[in-house]
Design a protein around this ligand. Sequence first.
Ligand SMILES: *Cc1c(COP(=O)(O)O)cnc(C)c1O
Length: 230
Amino acid sequence: MLKENYAQVLNNIKTACEKAGRQVSEVTLIAVGKTKPVSMLAEVYEVGARDFGENKVQELTEKQEQLPKDIRWHMIGHLQRNKVKYLIGKTALIHSVDSFRLAEEISRQAVKEQVTVDILVEVNIAGEESKFGTTGEEATALVEQIAVLPGVHIRGLMTIAPFVENPEENRLYFRKMKELSVDIMKKNIDNVDMDVLSMGMTGDYMVAIEEGATMVRVGTGIFGERNYSI
Ligand SMILES: *Cc1c(COP(=O)(O)O)cnc(C)c1O
């Protein structure tokens, strides 16, 4: 089941890339295994998955200890400053940096551990009240502010688009994210790269790819529905 799901998602990515005239190698699939057991993650690892996403620090570190060491772990959920220290050195990328104070704490801990932490700045592109992230208007200023911090390296932007029935409704937001990323890239800010654009989830990743996503975060489409009641 999971293997078929995973293969299906890869195939959809290929289709979206073909439609957009992009190379499949430009897009990384992140398998989001939150709430799912390690055994299920291991199953998709076996068929080639190497990028896994989690939204809780403890879940990420616990799963990391039990799974092969060549997995790249992505922190995609809201991160509290007091949890940052447990994450340093364990992630390939932290997608959810939504404030200067959080970036400062990552910087402080990274310097202490003598590592550089790759991060994305999270943008609440639709301005939803329920979502974390900086606004589209403030994103550039936040990137400039974070860029001077030691021990952190901005690799791009991330967004969680609204939950919609029809993914076409999010196309405009994905397009805005791409434009924002290009605008920031053109500023040539020291210590800032804009090579990553993390957007698109189970419901809308094909549209996100058509609009320029380089990382898509897919949970339900691979592992099935999550049950939060148990
Ligand atoms: C849970 C989650 C996903 C995956 O969501 P699905 O709709 O299950 O694909 C992607 N990104 C973030 C930030 C998440 O928290």
